[in-house]
Design a protein around this ligand. Structure first.
Ligand code: ADP
Length: 420
């Protein structure tokens, strides 16, 4: 090996390679000959979703030896999904300096490793054995869509989908909260719904994908919260046992405006779903921006088993007209409509408790009849709701005896939760 252009570390790995030689016990294997004629061979032993051990051999030059060695070092002990994130550049960066004309060896090493991992994934999912070792760590379902690469799906897209599926299959129910218009109380409903589930002893996550106006951090008094990075991804912010993620956490200033086009939005939503350590959850409540745009579409495309949508409206005709669009959107995307909530339906007098109809009432109910979807109930206007939202406290726990809280509880029961 001509030592010129190689760091000391690269030279060391080429002369004293780590993890060289075939593994006796392995569950994934691959052998690839690169365009340069060098052959690389990798063995992996995956246990409980991580690369417990791996090894390689190559008939190639010293650069191939160094790259094979460094690739094993970087991947050892990592989760399958993390190991699949390894790139040629990461291997080269680990060396510091690596002669340009030999850099293709790093690509060959990384590709052979990934191919060995895929061999493991394929065998494991197809045979259904060793369920704890599957990429999802919980999935034995051979019909799982992540079990097979789709025709025309690139390796990268397939890897991404497996990673996403691995997170999503650990969450039993995913519910989207939608509205035709802004300001109708969609985030309020999302927060209170999530809180109700949490109080009922469920494991709950709350995801705010209202990219342009994230209000969940304010409503939960988490404006200064920042999620931390963990070994398996982003750790969601904890709110009394509820796992919360919002774009609001990532903005430098809460007044910053986000100007993103569709693909960028989809990218960040995908990241919220894939890279966040949601863990095992009973419910993930997802607050979306008003309307039926990129965010809702992305969610429907990314989460294959969305439970359904809760649509929030106010009673006046201009608002309910938009409910039709939301219902039609769900029908088009085959997303079940769990039901419609008519919020701000009547005003509760803070003095006598009497309910006065301010914005008219019954519009949401009527639309449900017309469109044959479930009507979940009405929530009256109550100044205490605003007070709770502004002070970062869930209304349903702070003012649980009020008529509005009683209505919320009935609605939550109608959604299918025994709340007391
Ligand atoms: P959206 O998510 O639809 O934009 P929000 O949940 O942010 O709406 O609610 C908008 C405002 O309306 C907030 O200040 C909230 O406190 C208030 N609000 C929501 N529901 C009620 C209600 N039933 N009574 C009084 N105020 C409400």
């Amino acid at each position: 090996m001509n030592l010129k252009g190689f760091s000391k570390l690269a030279v060391e790995h080429s002369f004293k390679p780590r993890n060289r030689g075939a593994l006796e016990v392995f569950n994934g294997h691959s052998k690839i000959t690169g365009p340069c004629g060098d052959t690389m061979e990798f063995w992996v032993q995956v246990k409980a979703g991580s690369l417990e051990s791996l090894s390689f051999v190559t008939d190639g030059c010293h650069s191939s030896m160094a790259c094979g060695s460094m690739t094993t070092v970087l991947a050892e002990g990592k989760s399958v999904s993390k190991a699949l994130e390894l790139t040629q550049q990461k291997v080269l960066d680990a060396f510091g300096e690596f002669s340009e004309e030999s850099q293709h060896c790093a690509l060959l090493a990384v590709n052979t490793l990934k191919s060995a991992i895929k061999d493991y994934m394929k065998n494991n999912i197809e045979s259904g054995k060793n369920p704890s070792e599957s990429p999802c760590a919980s999935c034995t379902d051979k019909s799982c869509s992540a079990a097979k690469q789709r025709p025309n799906e690139s390796d990268k897209d397939y890897e991404d989908r497996v990673k996403l599926q691995a997170r999503m299959c650990r969450i039993k129910h995913k519910i989207v909260v939608m509205s035709g218009k802004g300001g109708v109380g969609k985030s309020t409903v999302a927060v209170n719904l999530a809180t109700a589930y949490k109080l009922a002893g469920m494991r709950v996550g709350l995801l705010d994908v209202d990219i342009h106006g994230p209000s969940i951090p304010t409503m939960l008094d988490l404006e200064d919260a920042r999620p931390l990075g963990g070994p398996a991804g982003i750790i969601p912010v904890d709110k009394d046992g509820m796992k919360v993620i919002s774009l609001g956490f990532l903005l430098q200033h809460k007044d910053d405006a986000v100007i993103w086009r569709g693909p960028r939005k989809m990218g960040v939503i995908k990241q919220f779903l894939t890279d966040v350590e949601w863990g095992d959850l009973d419910y993930l409540i997802i607050d979306t921006p008003p309307g039926t745009g990129d965010e809702q579409l992305s969610l429907c495309q990314l989460i294959e088993d969305l439970e359904g949508a809760v649509i929030v409206t106010t009673p006046q005709r201009v608002a309910t007209a938009d409910v039709r669009k939301s219902v039609n959107f769900c029908k088009e995307l085959k997303l079940p409509v769990i039901g419609v909530i008519e919020n701000m339906s009547g005003f509760v007098c803070p003095k006598c408790g009497e309910i006065t109809e301010v914005l008219s009432t019954g519009g949401g109910e009527q639309i449900c009849k017309d469109m044959k979807v479930n009507f979940l109930g009405k929530i009256p206007m109550d100044p205490l709701v605003v007070q709770s939202c502004d002070s970062g406290k869930a209304f349903i726990t702070e003012h649980s005896e009020t008529p509005a809280a009683e209505c919320m509880k009935e609605i939550i029961q109608a959604i299918g939760l025994k709340y007391d």
